[in-house]
Design a binder for this molecule. Structure first.
Ligand SMILES: C[S@@+](CC[C@H](N)C(=O)[O-])C[C@H]1O[C@@H](n2cnc3c(N)ncnc32)[C@H](O)[C@@H]1O
Length: 291
């Protein structure tokens, strides 16, 4: 069962394979064509169990190397329907696009952390690695000013569109900065900007505009240190990674060292993992609440 009313959730997971529902469309992620075909063969029965008739089924190959990643392909359904669509989570609309890039536009494992942002009602939220700005949108709907930073101008534009589709003017109290988080954070610190909530959810690996590499295992400590410099007293900071070898205890250890170096204190609290994500699936996340 899904913990919260949403049109986007995971229907099934098995080693190297998972099936996600985005409204009336399904997205099947797989590591081998054999695994994909087994799931496809069982799909009608599975969908009947959920009383759900999918409009389309997309397939996404999960390669070993990020460089081989591609957009999902339509496996079943009407090819003339638009690939750009919308999905609802907790009464908020998000744009999806099955044609652009590896991810359709919403990371559904972060649903519980978006709910935490809504609960916290921050006044000023900094969303680093913002992608399509889902965390910023939740904060904005709760009345916050937001700053969203991402290398991809295209993703930030999708974020602005998400604001608009929920009746929020992206130009009123919100900034969208297409730049490297590791360059933006020191600039914000120099201007003495402070945030009472910060989202730190980087990819495992990326390259910035000048080709410089970001590697989460190597760079996460620097990132947390920089985020602390713009954190207001009492700030709530989401630490989140997807690296297979990094655990929540690693995030806490890195954050403890950063707190010590800046003579600050905080406590950790976890969100209950979403019911549709079995252990080992989804981002590893913990909230650091500054004291
Ligand atoms: C894992 S996604 C973030 C997901 C997002 N937190 C959410 O829940 O929707 C990673 C994002 O980081 C961006 N990115 C990667 N390296 C970056 C960097 N050095 N500075 C800014 N953005 C970066 C990518 O463009 C991508 O949109």
């Amino acid at each position: 069962m899904v913990a919260e009313k949403t049109d986007a959730h995971r229907l099934a997971s098995a080693p190297g394979m998972w099936l996600e529902r985005f409204g009336s469309d399904l997205l099947l992620s797989y590591q081998s064509e054999a695994a994909r075909d087994v799931v496809l063969a069982e799909l009608d029965e599975r969908c009947a169990a959920y009383s759900f008739q999918p409009r389309r089924i997309f397939g996404k190959y999960l390669p070993q190397h990020a460089a081989e990643r591609g957009a999902p392909a339509l496996l079943r359904g009407d090819a003339t329907l638009p690939l750009a669509t919308e999905v609802r989570e907790a009464n908020i609309l998000y744009g999806l696009d099955f044609a652009v890039g590896y991810s359709a536009g919403l990371f559904i494992d972060q649903r519980v952390n978006r709910a935490r942002v809504r609960e916290y009602r921050p006044r000023r939220l900094l969303n680093t690695f913002a992608y399509t700005c889902s965390f910023s949108l939740v904060a904005a709907l709760a009345g916050a000013e937001t700053v969203s930073v991402d290398l991809s101008r295209r993703s930030l534009t999708r974020g602005e569109e998400n604001f608009q589709r929920n009746g929020i003017d992206p130009k009123a109290g919100h900034q969208f900065i297409p730049d490297d988080v590791l360059a933006v954070l020191p600039r914000l610190a120099r201007r003495e900007e402070k945030f009472d909530s910060i989202i730190v959810d980087p990819p495992t690996f990326s390259r910035n505009q000048t080709g410089e590499a970001f590697q989460v295992q190597k760079d996460f400590d620097r990132l947390v240190g920089l985020a602390l410099e713009v954190a207001a007293p009492g700030a709530k900071i989401l630490l989140s990674v997807n690296h297979s070898e990094m655990r929540v205890t690693d995030l806490e250890r890195i954050a403890r060292i950063a707190l010590h170096l800046q003579r600050r204190t905080g406590r950790f609290s976890s969100s209950t993992p979403p019911a549709d994500f079995p252990p080992g699936h989804g981002a590893k996340t913990v909230w650091l609440e500054l004291t």
